[in-house]
Design a protein around this ligand. Structure first.
Ligand code: WT7
Length: 633
């Protein structure tokens, strides 16, 4: 599955375009199937309907676990580094991970879980999170992992949308010096969720929790029951290639997050192939992805991709800046990490602490570096290259999305010549195209346009849970016969791709996707708020910050208190990750005569660029712009 030279890359890409079915059939041959497919691909982007490896039977955990046991059972599958560096780390070999997944899969079955059920997972970054995910996949239950930074309300919305019947959580999680009471957040969420019949609670932080009789059980007790039943194996559920594997919620330009659906066969092939190829993974290498499993990066490139390739994947529970800003480098040194995959926001944050925190750290084990989540600025790229890679580690800047399942445009380590700030070229199997507003293809090089994909790939989303029409509207209706990514993109003179950022109302804050409409809804729930408009602005560390313009008389006219109350409201409704960085109180928002908010003007003001606000003649009340300009933060 790995191309070994730039010539081979070009040849593979050409073949993947000319004979896509043959290309993917060959790749799929590297995986273990219970039954081979009747047809490689059926598709039309109109409905949309995309089916890969139709008729094939498999279980992804057989590929991630069982098939490695005979030769590589003793190879470390997961290395786990705890939040507190003085606590013992853990290593799970493939055999141990297999056994724990089987055990927990049996726990799930004992608790009534069956194929097709939706199970919500809200857990800290501990090996049991990966075990829970894989155990769901083993029995054919559909997992919906919710990132630990989301609020009770967000969890409730996701549980209700997917009609989950089981929650897997922990008493609490450690993040630096903070303790997050996960079970207590779940309890708040479940007040709204009668569909939940069982809550399985892992002990991690020993935070006091309430355990409701008949509903809540401890992970450890349930595992003991399975042990005394003396039935350590759990045969895999045979899944159809197009059966759902998981749902992962992501923000868009409307107020309500979408449940992106991935299926078993295509997702397995795509994540395994892209992981192996882009990182040129070699057996024995230690691979460290700093993401959280609550995001797609963790699903595809901590759990499924690496494990299907028999890799050693390192999971880190804590944060990059605790006990100090050298934590990543300590981990690299401690485990002799070979491949480090992180995000521009983390790089910029660590850069800001200066070179002292790297001095004396042995980073010589590193051979390959990766970046994901947002466009990487050149300064961060060079710092990563020089200070961390010592100039001899290729940087793979991987462009992809929750919806794409895996890397789309990305260098292949050591194969594709890189360029700072560029995701470079499409991987073999990926057909990008740039279009103008009308969907007309922009050909040639040295051009800018909206990034679309014109041919299916196995890892693509199949639907948005419970609302297929929304999937069509969002991704397949903007331009005919194309998947629209929502990103703007430059193709330079060499045909290299550089993502320029979202062209819709979606912000990218520290690599997290946040819909402006969602934040506005949350702000508007605050009792004194009349209306609001949220835009992004350049933020040194986060990439983008959240800037809110708010019309509110305030609590007894006290701006400071109202500002804090609004932040608290957003935290409650969405979660701390969506908190506005800046709140400017205004007497009105710039609107057209038809009542549309002119975001373009607000964006300019938030960016601090008020020299040319463009045409304001269509505004209902142009004077409001001067007031907002004068009060800009
Ligand atoms: C959006 C997808 C894919 C995992 C993490 C985020 C931006 C992602 C890059 C990159 C420039 C990037 C895009 C994309 N993005 N990677 N290497 N260069 N931009 O997943 O939450 O689904 O967000 O993140 O704007 O559309 P996500």
């Amino acid at each position: 599955m790995q191309v070994k030279s730039f010539e081979e890359y070009k040849e593979a890409w050409r073949k993947s375009v000319e004979q896509p079915e043959q290309f993917w059939e060959e790749i799929a041959g590297n995986f273990q199937w219970r039954k081979k497919w009747d047809k490689v691909l059926e598709w039309n982007f109109k409905e949309p309907r995309v089916e890969w490896f139709k008729g094939a039977k498999l279980n992804i955990t057989e590929n991630c676990l069982d098939r490695h046991l005979e030769k590589n059972g003793d190879v470390p599958a997961i290395i786990w580094e705890p939040n507190d560096p003085t606590e013992d780390h853990r290593v799970l070999t493939y055999r141990q991970l297999h056994d724990k997944v089987c055990q927990f899969a049996n726990v799930l079955k004992n608790n009534g879980a069956k194929k097709g059920d939706r199970i919500c997972i809200y857990m800290p970054m501990v090996p049991e999170l990966a075990i829970a995910v894989l155990a769901c996949a083993r029995i054919g239950a559909i997992h919906s992992v919710v990132f630990g930074g989301f609020s009770a309300q967000s969890i409730a919305d996701r549980i209700k949308d997917a009609e989950c019947n089981i929650v897997i959580t922990a008493d609490g999680s450690f993040r630096g010096t903070k303790e997050v009471p996960l079970k207590s957040v779940i309890d708040d969420a479940l007040v709204q969720c009668p569909s939940i019949k069982r809550v399985i609670v892992l002990t991690r932080s020993h935070t006091p929790v309430s355990m409701i009789k008949g509903r809540d059980v401890w992970w450890e007790d349930e595992v003991k029951k399975v042990e005394t039943q003396g039935n350590p194996e759990c045969p895999v559920e045979e899944m159809d290639a197009e059966d759902m594997l998981f749902i992962l919620y992501t923000s868009g330009s409307t107020g309500k997050p979408k449940g992106v659906v991935h299926t078993c066969g295509g997702y397995m092939v795509y994540t395994g192939y892209t992981f192996s190829n882009a990182f040129q993974y070699k057996p024995g290498e230690v691979y460290f992805c700093t993401a959280d499993i609550g995001w797609i990066t963790g699903h595809s490139y901590i759990v499924y991709g690496p494990l299907s390739q028999g890799a050693t994947t390192l999971m880190f529970e804590g944060i990059p800046t605790w006990p100090n800003a050298g934590r990543f480098w300590d981990i690299v040194e401690k485990y002799k990490v070979n491949i480090l995959y992180t995000a521009p926001t983390a790089i910029r944050s660590l850069m800001s602490f200066g070179d002292d925190v790297i001095a004396g750290k042995d980073l010589s084990s590193l051979t390959k570096l990766g970046s994901v989540g947002e466009p990487i600025n050149e300064e961060a790229w060079h710092w990563f290259d020089e200070k961390i890679g010592h100039g001899n580690c290729p940087i793979v800047d991987t462009w992809w999305q929750t919806e794409t399942g895996g890397f789309m445009i990305s260098p292949i380590a050591g194969v594709t010549p890189t360029k700072p700030g560029y995701a470079t070229l499409p991987l073999p199997g990926v057909q990008p195209i740039l279009v103008d507003e009308n969907g007309k293809e922009i050909e040639g090089n040295g051009v800018n346009g909206n990034l679309c994909i014109k041919f299916p790939w196995p890892g693509m989303l199949r639907t948005t849970y419970g609302d297929h029409e929304r999937c069509r509207q969002t991704y397949f209706a903007t331009y005919e016969n194309l998947y629209f990514t929502g990103d703007g993109c430059l193709r330079d003179e060499d045909g290299y791709y550089r993502i320029t950022g979202r062209v819709d109302d979606v912000l990218n804050v520290s690599g997290h996707r946040i819909g402006t409409a969602e934040v506005e809804n949350a702000i508007n729930m605050h009792s004194t708020v009349v209306e609001s408009a949220v835009v992004g602005y350049p933020h040194d560390i986060k990439g983008q910050g959240v800037y809110a313009f708010v019309v509110s008389p305030g609590k007894h006219g006290d701006e400071e208190i109202t500002r804090k109350d609004i932040i608290m409201t957003v935290s409650r409704i969405i979660g701390p990750i969506a908190k506005p960085d800046k709140i400017q109180f205004v007497s009105g928002l710039p609107k057209t005569r038809s009542g549309k908010i002119m975001r373009r003007i607000l964006r300019k003001i938030a960016e601090g660029d008020t020299s040319n606000l463009g045409d304001t003649s269509t505004l209902l009340d142009p004077a409001v712009v001067d007031e907002i300009k004068a009060g800009a933060l």
